[in-house]
Write a protein that binds this ligand. Sequence first.
Ligand SMILES: *[C@@H]1O[C@H](CO)[C@@H](O)[C@H](O)[C@H]1NC(C)=O
Ligand SMILES: *[C@@H]1O[C@H](CO)[C@@H](O)[C@H](O)[C@H]1NC(C)=O
Ligand SMILES: *[C@@H]1O[C@H](CO)[C@@H](O)[C@H](O)[C@H]1NC(C)=O
Length: 488
Amino acid sequence: MRSFALLSISAALPLIWGLNVPQTYINTAIARTIELGGLTTQVTTQYNIKPTDNNPGEYFLALAGEKDELPAWWEVSLGGKKLEGRLVDDISPTVAIDLGTTKKDQVITLSLNQVLAHTSKPLPSEIEQKDPQYLSWKSNSTYVDSWYTTDVERVKIRAPHPSILSASSVPETYTRDNTLTKSGGTITLGPFHSLPPTLISNGGSQKKVEQHPFSVHYETKDPVIGIRTLKRAAEVSHWGANLNIQDEIDLVNEGPKLKGHFSRLAHQQSKFHAHVPAQILTELTLKLPPTSHSTYYYDTIGNVSTSHFRQGSTPATKKQPKGVKTSPRIVDGTLELKPRYPLLGGWNYSFTIGWDTPLGDVLKTDEKDGKRILAVPFITALKDVVVDQAELLVILPEGASDVQVYTPFPVDSIEHSIHKTYLDTTGRYAITLKKTKLTENHAQNVYVTYHYPLSAQFQKPITIASLVGSLFLLGMGLRRVNYSIDRK
Ligand SMILES: *[C@@H]1O[C@H](CO)[C@@H](O)[C@H](O)[C@H]1NC(C)=O
Ligand SMILES: *[C@@H]1O[C@H](CO)[C@@H](O)[C@H](O)[C@H]1NC(C)=O
Ligand SMILES: *[C@@H]1O[C@H](CO)[C@@H](O)[C@H](O)[C@H]1NC(C)=O
C-alpha cells in the first residue's frame, strides 16, 4: 500500500489529470549501484541529464517503476546539495524537480539515494542450526526506471560476499558486448545503449522498454534483524533538568527459520571455536548520545545483567585545570545488549531499554520570545535494520503550552493529548507520532517547540510541598487517634 498522508494538493492533482511528461530532457548516462544487505537495500544512482530545449521545465525523476511502492527512504541532490521535489504518483512514484534556469545541451548531474526495505527474503526459508544463510533479492526492474531516453546505462549489484548462487539473465536487446558480468560479489548489468524510457505519460506514443524482474540469490553472514514495533517515550523534566528516553522493542530474527530443535551444546561449541552461525544474533550494539547516562535494560523476566555501557564524551567547553587531558572529539556512548537467549531465525525477543540525557544538551531557549526548542531523535540508528512500526511519545512538563511539532520527514500521524500521572495537577502535554517502515536514515531529530512560563517551574515543588504537608497532617491525626486509644 502506498501512503502519502502529507502530500500537498498540488501533488494530488496529477492523479486526476494524468501525468504529462514532456520529452524535454535525455539521460546521457545513468550509473546505478545496488548494495544488497539483510532487510535493506541501498541504491545510489547518478543521472547525467541534458535539456533538449531552452525551456525544459521540470525534470521528472522516477523513484521506482510502474505500480511499484515508494522506497522507504529517498533523497535527491545536485552537487552535494539536497533538492526538494514535488512528489507525484500517477503511474509510478516520481519526483518533479525544478532545476531553475537551464540551457539546451547543458549537462546536469543528479544523484539519487534510496533505501528499500524488505526486498530480500530467506531462501530456503528454513535451515538447520549450522547451515549457511542465503537470501533472495527481487526487483521489478532490470533497467533504471525513467521517463526519458537514455544514451548509456549500467547497473552494478554488490552482494555482501562472493558466494552468489544465481542471478537472473538480461535480455540482449540494448546491449552490444556484455549483458551480465560477474566478478567476486559484484554483478554488472549492461552497459545498455540507446534505451527508450521505461515509463511513458498518458496518451504518449513513444517507444517504451518493457521492464524485466531481476533477482539475485546470495549469502549473508550477518543476522537479518528487524524490529516489528518500537515504542519510544521521551519525557522532559525541567525540574530535574533531564530528558529520559525509554524504548520498548520487539526484535525479530527475520533470517531463515530454524529447522528442527535448537542445540545449546552445538551453540556453545560453535562459540568456543568462534564460528557462531551467521543467522544467530547474540549481541546488539546501540550508539547513544555522548552525554547519556543511567542506562537500564530489562525484559519480561527482569533486569538483564549481561549488558555493557560505555559512556561517551564531548570536548570540554569549560576551562580545565592544567594537565587534565580532554577528549578532542565527540564520542558516542555505546550500549552492548546481549539478549537473554541467542536469537535464532524466526525467533523474537521483547525488551526495554532507557537512559537519561542532560536537558541542556537537547533543549534550547529562543532568546527573542522565550520559546523552548526540544530535539528528540525519532529512533536510534541500527545498520540494515527496518523498524516496521514506530511510535514516539514526547511528554512535556506540566504548564507547557503553544506546542508545535516539526518532523524531518513525513510521518503517518501526529496526535496531541494530555498525559496525567501521580503528582500532576493539570496533566502534561503529550505528542504521539507514528510512522511505518523506518531505516537507519530515519534516525533524525523531531523538534518540539513550546512555551514554558516561569510560574510552571514552581508547579511541581508546590504540589510536592502540599502533599508533604498533608502527609504531615495525616501523621499528626493518626498519632492523636493512637494516643487517645492508648489512654483508654
Ligand atoms: C513489484 O510489483 C508487484 C506487482 O505489481 C508489487 O506488488 C510490488 O510491490 C512491487 N515491488 C516493489 C518493491 O515495489
Ligand atoms: C534492576 O536494576 C535497577 C538499577 O540498575 C534496580 O534499581 C532494580 O531494583 C533492579 N530490579 C531487579 C528486579 O533486579
Ligand atoms: C513472537 O511474538 C509473538 C507475539 O508478537 C508471540 O506470540 C510469539 O510467541 C513469539 N515467538 C517467539 C518464538 O518468541
